[in-house]
Design a protein around this ligand. Structure first.
Ligand code: SDX
Length: 390
């Protein structure tokens, strides 16, 4: 009998030097540098350079990379028009995926192995995703997109394009740290999805569109949005035990908890929790945060021994909510950061490519007869309904 690993749990899909996770010790490193160090000392722009080029940039290199990203923040008016044609009630992740796939039509990539092409494709994607997210957030309300500014940092500019106000430096700094924390995480589902697409030698825009689609799901990047809805649904600290009793009792999932690799608290959740406390001089007045803390304490009592603890999505939404960012933009925020990690893995795949084509364990029938149409009868199930109909 051949071994089968549902969800490819524990099965190495690639060799990589980009990031490392120890799920028992709660360690996360980007190119060998700990996430705690990067959150304390780096910037998202510098971290993106580190992920893409496997080294920290020199001062001139960082200045040039920032200048290149700044120069490419604007999006073509046809991309804005495309966003205006999408349904206002559509999810911003679907708008982002549509716009990124369209972006690739304006910048066709002839040769994915060409180093210069790869550099400028990475610059355009890292620079333009925030502009696309902010633009859709505005056009769906009937407002014109706000033109990016060249005199603002990456984090300041995104918040400016969203709110038309230049954020306080402390707020922009906290947002920049959130971008660092979400930039990369070994072989997660969206990275794997991008790798499969890259292994066909599809261009990086198509690879990123694949990864964005995968990130959207509530078991992956969509969890940060689901956490806020859960905390609002719980409503008060007093309701936490009953909510957990009801949800866990019916085998439901508590959003923002659990991880395929971490069996301790996600090191990113530890930093994000601290950022909430930095944001709120009196965190106890932040209702969502006090409910979240109560959920964490109650979950530890109930299923902590199973290694189900807060992951990156548990506290991140509370920060974005506190910044006044709309909840359905939380997963797109994850995407504008993770595009750096997705691109690093995409380029690593191109370097030594093997098409992803796994096998399966077939459990179906063989040699079934073909019944002529006239002789077929509709099968009814126990309730007398035609089988196979909704
Ligand atoms: C991200 O992979 C990455 O690195 C992803 C990510 C990244 O940076 O890219 O870290 C970002 O996606 C974080 C995860 C965000 N998702 C959620 O918060 C959704 C809730 N979490 C669960 O759906 C779950 O924990 C997963 C999907 C994250 C991981 O699940 P696994 O490894 O597939 O494990 P499983 O679902 O089979 O659960 C194993 C057991 C089950 O109980 P038993 O059937 O064995 O009794 O643990 C239980 C599950 O019911 N369990 C949970 C739970 N997570 C697992 N029970 C309640 N609440 C949860 N959140």
């Amino acid at each position: 009998m051949r071994d089968f690993f549902p969800g490819l749990a524990g099965v190495p899909a690639a060799k990589s030097t980009i990031s490392f996770v120890d799920g028992l010790k709660g360690i996360l490193e980007y190119r060998g540098i700990s996430i705690e160090t990067l959150a304390r000392q780096s910037s998202f722009t510098e971290t993106a350079f580190l992920l893409l080029f496997n080294r920290l940039p020199t001062k001139p290199e960082l200045t040039q990379f920032h200048a290149d990203l700044t120069q490419h923040r604007r999006i073509k008016y046809k991309i804005c028009d495309l966003l205006k044609c999408l349904p206002e009630s559509g999810h911003p992740m679907d708008a982002l995926q549509s716009a990124v796939a369209a972006l690739g039509m304006f910048y066709p990539v002839a040769d994915v192995t060409n180093e210069s092409t790869r550099y400028w494709t990475a610059v355009r994607l890292i620079a333009k995703l925030p502009t696309i997210v902010a633009a859709f957030a505005r056009v769906r309300r009937g407002d014109e997109p706000i033109v990016p500014r060249d005199d603002l940092s990456y984090a300041e500019n995104f918040l400016y394009m969203l709110t038309e106000k230049i954020p306080e430096p402390a707020l922009a700094n906290i947002f920049d740290i959130c971008l660092i924390l979400h930039a990369e995480h070994t072989m997660n589902a969206s990275t794997f999805s991008g790798l499969v697409t890259a292994s066909t030698l599809a261009d990086p825009y198509t690879v990123i569109a694949s990864a964005i689609g995968t990130l959207e799901g509530p078991l992956h990047g969509g969890a940060n949005e689901a956490v806020i809805h859960m905390l609002e649904n719980i409503g008060s600290v007093e309701q936490v035990p009953a909510y957990l009793e009801r949800t866990l009792g019916t085998k439901g999932k508590i959003m923002g908890f659990g991880h395929r690799i971490y069996k301790v608290k996600d090191p990113r959740a530890i930093i994000l929790q601290d950022l909430v406390q930095q944001l709120d001089a009196h965190p106890d007045t932040n209702t969502l945060f006090t409910i979240a803390r109560a959920v964490e304490q109650e979950m530890e009592k109930r299923i902590g021994q199973k290694g189900i603890r807060p992951n990156v999505d548990f506290y991140s939404g509370i920060i974005y909510h506190r910044m006044g960012i709309e909840t359905d933009l939380f997963t797109p925020l994850f995407a504008i950061s993770r595009v750096a990690g997705w691109l690093a893995h995409c380029f690593e795949q191109y370097q030594d490519n093997h098409l992803f084509r796994p096998d399966q364990i077939y459990e179906g029938p063989h040699n079934r007869p073909y019944q002529p149409l006239e002789g077929r009868t509709t099968l009814k199930n126990e309730e007398g309904k035609v089988r196979g109909k909704g």
